[in-house]
Design a protein around this ligand. Structure first.
Ligand code: FAD
Length: 290
């Protein structure tokens, strides 16, 4: 099923998972998926390391299992910076062969592990490439607090608009901890004429390492309310986990009340956390606007 259809009916809830590291036993991902059994996300997306390699085949394998073994619609992430057009065709053919219909088309982060292959520079080029050759439903990423490489928000929104016009059916945001950034971004995209659904990316922050990593990678704003929470509970892992879950639930309740198109939960492969959040919010998703 092409997941763009879902937004016509309800507030969408999706989960994101990532393949295990090459050094980790592959079966752990199935423990994660078994742990998510009983929850009913509208889809599960599976990340893909921009460096490609073995991690890429794992993404295909896991996205296929999500759909064909667990009966949940899946989305395969595909970053293009590290792959050639020939490799893109191989991956896309394999995704198609496994019955996967939805792709999150990305550029990928530029890092020491990612050698640009030279065929794609930006996500819009991959989107066009897919659109010209395949019938996938294509999703793209967006940044309520502006992408870290953008000169300014105007440039970022203009490139986003170009990306959407290449054939994107919906957008998923980078994580944010202050909903006001999301609302301002939603307004700007509407003014720019970007009218596809936007799912809000929510990451429950449940440990200190995660916070440090998040700031380094995404450079997102850490609200005072959030920092106070961390300061108070940083030396008590259980309390910090519970506070992080409560914080994410609070964000989600506010977003749903304000008519968000969907919530994309970065599960960090943690079924316990996903379960607690799901239980707290799933009844809100079915309530239609008057
Ligand atoms: P682009 O849309 O190409 O944008 C990158 C930058 O270039 C922006 O500053 C933009 O304004 C600018 N730009 C865009 N188009 C052009 C153009 N035509 N000319 C000049 N400048 C342009 N990374 C992974 O490696 N694997 C994953 O699985 C993964 N999953 C993600 C899931 C989500 C929901 C999100 C939000 C991000 C994910 N990422 C993933 C991270 C992502 O790859 C990085 O944020 C990356 O730096 C940008 O990717 P993009 O697709 O948004 O790039």
């Amino acid at each position: 099923m092409k997941i763009s259809e879902l937004f016509k009916e309800k507030t969408v809830l999706s989960f994101e998972i990532f393949p295990p590291k090459p050094t980790t036993d592959e079966s752990v991902i199935y423990e994660t998926l078994n742990g998510l059994t009983g929850l009913h996300p509208d889809f599960i997306s599976v990340t893909y390391g921009a460096g490609g390699g073995k991690n890429g085949s794992k993404t295909i394998q896991i996205a296929s299992a999500v759909k064909n073994r667990y009966g949940i619609e899946s989305v395969a992430h595909l970053p293009c910076i590290g792959i050639t057009k020939k490799q893109a065709v191989q991956i896309l053919d394999s995704l198609k062969g496994n019955g996967i219909e939805n792709i999150l088309a990305l550029r990928g982060d530029i890092s020491p592990d990612t050698v640009p292959a030279g065929d794609f520079s930006h996500a819009n080029e991959l989107i066009e490439f897919i659109r010209e050759r395949y019938d996938f439903n294509i999703i793209a990423a967006c940044y309520p607090e502006v992408h870290s490489e953008s000169k300014n928000i105007v440039e970022d929104i203009n490139y986003l608009k170009q990306k959407v016009y290449c054939g994107v059916s919906h957008l998923i945001t980078q994580l944010f901890l202050d909903n006001d950034y999301f609302y301002a971004f939603r307004e700007r995209t509407a003014i720019a004429g970007i009218n596809v659904p936007i799912e809000a990316g929510i990451m429950p922050v449940t440990n200190k390492v995660q916070i440090e990593r998040m700031v380094k990678l995404c450079g997102i704003h850490l609200p005072n309310k959030f920092m106070k929470m961390i300061e108070r509970y940083e030396n008590n892992p259980e309390a910090l986990r519970d506070a992080g879950i409560a914080y994410a639930i609070d964000q989600i309740v506010d977003l749903i009340s304000q008519g968000v198109d969907g919530i994309h939960l970065y599960t960090m492969n943690n079924p316990y956390v996903a379960k607690r959040i799901y239980k707290a919010v799933h009844s809100l998703l079915a309530v239609q606007h008057c």
